[in-house]
Each structure stands twice: as structure tokens, then as C-alpha cells.
Design a binder for this molecule. Structure first.
Ligand code: SAH
Ligand code: SF4
Ligand code: F3S
Length: 465
């Protein structure tokens, strides 16, 4: 079935839901939606929210709504536990409100044991679907509106990318755009390849068209998203590199800033570094997950680079783009990690000069190779390493972020702070800046002097509007 045909069918189901809902009540129904996980998940959550609104629902902040929808994540166990906690709470609300529809979808639902548990212990959940059939939501929801039975529809895989479904966004002037789905890397600790399936890239024309439409609608900053954007385009009928895609995106008139996430160090090409260095629009910020500084652990993790290669890459990037802001993800407590391995991680943190690092405690994910590894690290050793890592990351982050003190930077104004008359925006390096200003500047670019560094953010004042 062609993608357009599928989109058309689903758009018809949105209309059918709308008619059904209008017939059943004169009051406008409400829905509440929550997202866990990465930015790619958020885009899909926003799309489901846009569909619900088209059906006639009104979005509300509380869980006491006619429909409650959760987009789930399972990258670490704590994301998982959160959902079960919510479901317990929803049970009591549903007792008072029996017509309420509860919908669960996303990564966690691709795990067999989760679905079995919902089937058995959470019978009051109305609809469950996964990551491969999100485009079928209107059709599935139409069925849900007509029955009290639990509907579960999980696909193992799909090679289709459905374009053109409704979308919405939080900010009128900036948004994320997924360029690819899935992951082929199989890092030994990670569940994403199992729940998101094989890597699939969108056609460059579809991406460009979407960004052009967004720009025509007021967007000036976009974030291109994928689990490993550096391998974008490899599986397309006519292969395209990520750098080539970036060059096409750069040509879009009216677009001012381009960001992207995530870059896997093993695939970061010289072509990409050069493209970034020459570009007028690609922001000087790169998220380059390290995971571990120990070459031995990296090998066990199946990351396909070692400590030396990572540090060489960092040097190469800094040489080509001297003001680059580097950020990273680091994990502690991978099976078999020793104090010496951990010291290697600290060594890279000292040398790589990150502005920020997201730190995680290794979480055992069933079905991944690392879950079967024997020498799991004792909890107290992990906690101790985690706190030492955090201390160093924060100290180095403060030091590195302060390098812009006293300079004038262009800021995209994002929000008004709780304290009226003060605004928050970001530099191209993704640094937050607070400064006095009126809220009609939201969505605009202003030149701000970065007067005082407060660790991870700045206080400044506008020098030019
Ligand atoms: N595709 C991205 C990462 C996506 S998941 C990449 O390869 O860089 C985001 C982060 O979650 C990872 O970088 C990793 O640090 C962390 N993570 C993934 N699996 C994890 C696990 N099992 N336990 C703890 N952290 C994990
Ligand atoms: Fe997970 Fe590795 Fe893929 Fe990132 S690259 S999503 S860490 S398997
Ligand atoms: Fe989580 Fe799925 Fe993203 S597991 S991190 S929401 S791809």
C-alpha cells in the first residue's frame, strides 16, 4: 500500500472518530497525554496529540480526563516503573469515571513480558500498540471507542514510513524533525534496536518538504533527530550521506539554525565536520555520547571505537570548529567495569571538556547481551562511581561553559520566566541565558551580552534587538 493511501485511510478514521464522539455527547471530550523518553518519542506524542485534537478532544493537564494516553520508554528500568505507578493511580480515577479510555503505546509495549502483564493485571487499559504501527492510531482508537474490550496490536517490524500525518509542536518557532527511525548498532546494553527495529531513513525530499512547510509556518530552528544520524541515508534506494542532507537543509530560505542528535562517534565523518565548519546555519554544538572511557569496556559494549579514537575525534572537531560545545552521555556500572576502567572514564571527562554530560547508572535490560553477562557491579560501587563522576562532570561543565563570559552572542528567545520581564533563550552552543526583556521578543533573535556565568547558565543583557 502506498504511504499516501495509508495516510488517507487514517485521516478518514479521524473523521469517523469525530462523528462518533459528537454523537455520543454534547460536551467537548478531554484528553491527557504524557511522554517518556527521547525527543523522537516526543515528536510522536505531539502527532498523537494533534490527531486527538482533530477528533474534537481538548487537551488538559490532569489525568482526570475522558482519555489518557501514555507514550512509553524502556531504555532504563526506572522509565518502566513509572508507567506501572501511573496505571495504579489511573485505576482509582477510572472507578469514578468508567467511560475513560486508557491508551499505552511506544517502546515499552514492544516487550512481550510488559504486554502480558497488562493483559493479565491491567485489564482496564483499553488500547495498547507499539512503535511500528503508530500511524494506525486513528483506526485503532475508532475500534476502542466502540468497545470496552482491551485491544492489543503489536507489530514485530515494519519497513514502511508513513508520511503526512497531523503534527503539532510546543514552540511555534522551533521543533524536531525525525530523519530516521530504529537502530542497527546493537550496543550490548541497549534495548532500542529491539523495540524500535531496524534503521530506516526518510527520503531526503520528504524531510526537506516538511522543513519547508515548518519554515513557512514560522519555524526558524530545527533539530534533526535519529538514534545515529551519522548513518543516515545508507539504506535508501539512492544513498545519501547525512552531510549531504545537511547541505540541502541549509539551502532552505528563512531557516536560521540547524541542530542534530545523536551522533555516534564511530560514524562521524570528516565530511560532516567540514560541513559543520563551513555552514552558516548548523549550530556549533555536538552531542557525542562517550558511554565509557575504557577501551576494554567500550569493546564489551560493542561501541566500535576506543578511548584513543574518541579523543582524536574530539581534537579533530575542536581544530575545525574551535568554539564547538561538546556534550555527552556516560554510563557507570556496566558489567565487569573495574575502578581502573572507571578512572579511564574520568580521564576522558578531564580531557574532552564537555559543556554538559548526561550521566546514567547502567540498567539491565532483558534480552540484551549485557543482561546475560555475569560480573554485574555491586550497587554500592556503582553509586560511589556515579557520584564521583557527577562531581567531576559538574566541575568541568562549569569551567567550560564559562568560556563565553563577557562575549556577545545571538540568542533565540524561547520563554518568559516566572519572574515577569525576564526572558530565557539559547545560544547556538545550546547554553541557556536569562536576561531582562519583554515577552514580544519570544521567537526572535537578539544579541545578548553574557555578563555572569552561573555554572550552567548565564545572566546577561540585550545589546541589540
Ligand atoms: N542512540 C544514542 C543513545 C540513545 S539512548 C547513542 O547511541 O548515543 C540515550 C542514552 O541512554 C545512551 O547514550 C546511554 O548513555 C543511555 N542508555 C542506553 N541504554 C542504557 C542502559 N541499559 N542503562 C543505562 N543507560 C542506558
Ligand atoms: Fe542504543 Fe547504541 Fe543504538 Fe544508541 S547506537 S540507540 S546506544 S544501540
Ligand atoms: Fe526510550 Fe524508545 Fe527513545 S526506549 S529513549 S523512547 S527510542
Amino acid at each position: 500500500m502506498s504511504q499516501n493511501k495509508e495516510t488517507e485511510i487514517q485521516l478518514q478514521y479521524i473523521e469517523k472518530c469525530k462523528e462518533l464522539l459528537a454523537k455520543s455527547s454534547t460536551k467537548r471530550p478531554t484528553f491527557h497525554i504524557q511522554n517518556e523518553g527521547c525527543q523522537m518519542n516526543s515528536i510522536q506524542t505531539e502527532s498523537i496529540a494533534a490527531i486527538m485534537e482533530k477528533m474534537g478532544y481538548e487537551m488538559v493537564d490532569t489525568e482526570d480526563a475522558d482519555a489518557v494516553v501514555f507514550n512509553t520508554c524502556t531504555v532504563r528500568e526506572n522509565a518502566n516503573q513509572k508507567i506501572y505507578g501511573h496505571l495504579g493511580h489511573l485505576k482509582s480515577i477510572k472507578r469514578e469515571h468508567p467511560d475513560m479510555k486508557i491508551v499505552l503505546f511506544g517502546c515499552m509495549m514492544q516487550e512481550h513480558h510488559v504486554v502480558e502483564k497488562i493483559r493479565k493485571d491491567y485489564k482496564y487499559v483499553n488500547l495498547v500498540f507499539g512503535t511500528h504501527n503508530i500511524h494506525k492510531f486513528p483506526e485503532l482508537f475508532y475500534r476502542t471507542l466502540q468497545t470496552d474490550d482491551q485491544i492489543i496490536d503489536i507489530w514485530k517490524e515494519s519497513d514502511e514510513i508513513v508520511e503526512g500525518m497531523p503534527t503539532s509542536r510546543k514552540y511555534s518557532f522551533k521543533t524536531g524533525v525525525s530523519v530516521m527511525f530504529g537502530c542497527n548498532n546493537f550496543c550490548s546494553y541497549c534495548i532500542v534496536p529491539y523495540v524500535r527495529g531496524r534503521e530506516k531513513s526518510r527520503e531526503p525530499q520528504a524531510i526537506i518538504r516538511e522543513i519547508e512547510e515548518l519554515v513557512a509556518d514560522g519555524v526558524t530552528e530545527i533539530m534533526l533527530l535519529g538514534q545515529n544520524v551519522n548513518s543516515y541515508g545508507k539504506t535508501l534506494e539512492t544513498p545519501v550521506t547525512f552531510a549531504e542532507l545537511l547541505k540541502e537543509v541549509e539551502k532552505i530560505e528563512g531557516l536560521k539554525r540547524i541542530r542534530f542528535m545523536t551522533s555516534h562517534p564511530k560514524d562521524l565523518s570528516d565530511e560532516l565536520i567540514q560541513t559543520m565548519a563551513e555552514s552558516r546555519k548548523i549550530c556549533h554544538h555536538l552531542h557525542l555520547p562517550l558511554q565509557s572511557g575504557s577501551s576494554r569496556v567500550l569493546k564489551e559494549m560493542n561501541r566500535r571505537y576506543d578511548k584513543e579514537k574518541y579523543l582524536e575525534l574530539v581534537n579533530k572537531i575542536r581544530k575545525a570548529i574551535p568554539d564547538i560545545s561538546l556534550t555527552t552521555d556516560i554510563m557507570v556500572g556496566f558489567p565487569g567495569e573495574t575502578e581502573e576502567d572507571f578512572q579511564e572514564t574520568l580521564d576522558v571527562v578531564r580531557k574532552a571538556n564537555y559543556d554538559t554530560a548526561f550521566t546514567f547508572i547502567y540498567s539491565k535490560r532483558s534480552g540484551t547481551p549485557a543482561a546475560g553477562m555475569e560480573n554485574q557491579v555491586p550497587e554500592d560501587a556503582v553509586k560511589d562511581r556515579f557520584s564521583r563522576l557527577l562531581t567531576l562532570v559538574q566541575e568541568k561543565g562549569r569551567e567550560n561553559s564559562s568560556r563565553f563570559q563577557g562575549s556577545v552572542q545571538e540568542i533565540l528567545v524561547e520563554d518568559e520566566n516566572r519572574e515577569k520581564g525576564t526572558l530565557t533563550g539559547r545560544t547556538q552552543h545550546n547554553l541557556l541565558v536569562h536576561f531582562p526583556g519583554e515577552k514580544d521578543l519570544i521567537g526572535k533573535y537578539v544579541k545578548v551580552s553574557l555578563d555572569t556565568c552561573k555554572g550552567f547558565y548565564y545572566f546577561g543583557h540585550i545589546v541589540e534587538e
